[in-house]
Design a protein around this ligand. Structure first.
Ligand code: GLN
Length: 502
């Protein structure tokens, strides 16, 4: 690979867009470089389940034609992007990392995909994930492992591990994942990226294969806060096809809010107030994560922020509530995969229609998905509904009240995104509870419906990235992005690609 190719791919998405708009490089040559980088490294990374080359080149040529005709391109036009394989791209497979959907082709575009196409963003391929987005390491994919570009023996996190790994490995500068309990923020943390889970309802879920509908949110990965702001401008907005879609649009736009100088404007001229969540400070965390978090606190103080420690009562217990609510919703959402309307059908002889369902589902689903369906069905069964599901929903309401109290005192809350850095492949596969604990700090955000972002704040002794999570009130993404960019420039960790890939 030539140096020139490598240079193009190490640009941020906004720089790349600028280079295409100014004619310094063409969109087609960027797509060429992208596939060359994938060819060079994919065998060891395993980020993609399928590539969508025809689609990518079609959109790239169109962008180049527009540049030749002197047109001003829309934001991010020509910038390649990868999409998690539980988001529908018309004519491409959408497997959800499951054998049951191995041959399923999406008949329509997800709303977010329509937005990407309207902007002329070439879609490069579909990325690996834990089956139906259930997991924290991408090891639950029925098809392949994905490796962390910072250390190929480690997991990239999950469930959006493929979308994280391809951005980290310099294949693309942007990707989409989905975040139900941390599936974008945790892999962003483990791969040294920026990942944002928007407010519930800000980004349409139409065309995202549902896992837990009251928690799911399509969420972007990038290497800089500004790129995330730009992509959020592209994918957010009201959609009549999603009944939970919000109508909110900030006046200033998300990209504009990533200028740290705009921050005082969000805060009404007042000093930034940052809250440390007492319950998520220390317990069960790696020493390196804890240390890096303390440094992050010092950085905020040095930037003139007022930092206070406060309590979000019951936040650690949200793991238990999540593992009732998410499986309950999943057991209902996944009922449609019966091998008749969707999915692969058993080749075995069947007795009757129930036997057909049973065999299709037994063969088609992996162990973790079965575990969730059983847990969820049990939690919803008559006699147990109030004891489990009802209680979990009550706990969720209390959490929302706790966050609301906190927002009276602070503008944002901070904590480490993940209690550990990337762990060895295979280290937690036999112990689901330990695996579930990876998300102790991310899950409450989905239950409360608020936005949160993870961005790099340091490295451990093995040169593995550490992430800082910043949370904000509902629809306060402009504040969130402003604070994140303030931190990003102060910490000086931006657009990270491990040296073996750059
Ligand atoms: N790891 C969590 C789970 O398995 C979160 C997954 C996600 O956000 N999709 O449910």
């Amino acid at each position: 690979m030539t140096n020139q190719t490598t240079n193009v791919l190490s640009l941020s998405a906004l720089e790349l867009h600028q280079a295409i708009q100014s004619g310094q490089t063409s969109a087609v040559s960027v797509v060429d470089a992208t596939y060359a980088q994938i060819e060079a490294h994919e065998a060891k990374v395993g980020a993609f389940l399928s590539l969508t080359k025809d689609l990518a080149y079609e959109f790239a040529s169109d962008v180049d034609n527009k540049v030749r005709q002197g047109e001003t391109l829309p934001l991010l036009a020509g910038v390649p992007i990868a999409v998690k394989d539980n988001i529908s791209v018309q004519g491409a497979k959408v497997t959800c990392g499951s054998k049951i959907l191995e041959t399923y082709v999406a008949p329509y575009d997800a709303t977010v995909v329509k937005h990407l196409k309207n902007r002329g963003m070439p879609i490069i391929g579909k990325t690996n994930l834990d089956e139906f987005a259930m997991g924290s390491s991408t090891e639950n994919s029925a098809f392949q492992l994905t490796h962390n570009p910072w250390d190929l023996n480690k997991v990239p996190g999950g469930s959006s591990g493929g979308s994280a790994a391809c951005v980290s490995a310099g294949m693309v500068s942007l990707s989409l994942g989905s975040d139900t309990g941390g599936s974008v923020r945790q892999p962003a943390s483990l791969c040294g990226l920026v990942g944002l889970k928007p407010t519930y309802g800000l980004v349409s879920r139409f065309g995202l294969v549902a896992y837990a509908s009251s928690l799911d949110q399509i969420s972007p990965f990038g290497r800089t806060v500004a790129d995330i702001g730009a992509l959020l401008d592209v994918i957010s907005g009201h959609d009549g096809n999603d009944m939970t879609s919000a109508t909110f649009k900030p006046e200033m736009g998300y990209l504009n809010s990533t200028n740290p100088e705009a921050l005082p404007q969000h805060l009404g001229g007042k000093k930034l107030r940052v809250g440390i969540i007492a319950e998520l400070n220390g317990e069960g965390m790696d020493a390196s994560v804890q240390q890096s978090f303390q440094q992050a606190v010092k950085i905020f103080e040095a930037q003139g922020a007022e930092v206070v420690t406060l309590s979000i009562g019951g936040i650690r217990e949200m793991m238990a509530a999540y593992y009732i609510i998410a499986p309950a919703e999943a057991s209902s959402n996944l009922a449609r995969f019966d091998g008749i309307r969707y999915g692969v059908r058993t080749k075995e002889k069947v007795e009757n229609v129930y036997d057909l369902f049973r065999k299709n589902r037994s063969e088609g689903f992996g162990a973790e998905v079965k575990r969730r369906i059983l847990l969820g069905t049990f939690a919803l069964s008559s006699g147990y509904y109030d004891a489990y599901y009802g209680k979990a929903q009550a706990a969720r309401r209390l959490l929302v009240a706790e966050f609301d109290k906190a927002w009276q005192q602070v503008d944002v809350l901070i904590c480490p995104t993940s209690p550990t850095t990337a762990f060895d492949i295979g280290a937690k596969t036999d112990d689901p509870i330990t695996m579930y604990l990876s998300d102790v700090a991310t899950i409450p955000v989905n239950l409360a419906g608020i936005p949160a972002l993870s961005l790099p704040c340091g490295f451990d002794a093995n040169n593995l990235p550490i992430g800082l999570q910043i949370m904000a009130p509902k629809f306060a993404e402009t504040t969130l992005l402003g604070v994140a960019s303030l931190f990003e420039s102060a910490v000086g960790l931006k657009n990270l690609i491990p040296s073996t890939f750059s």
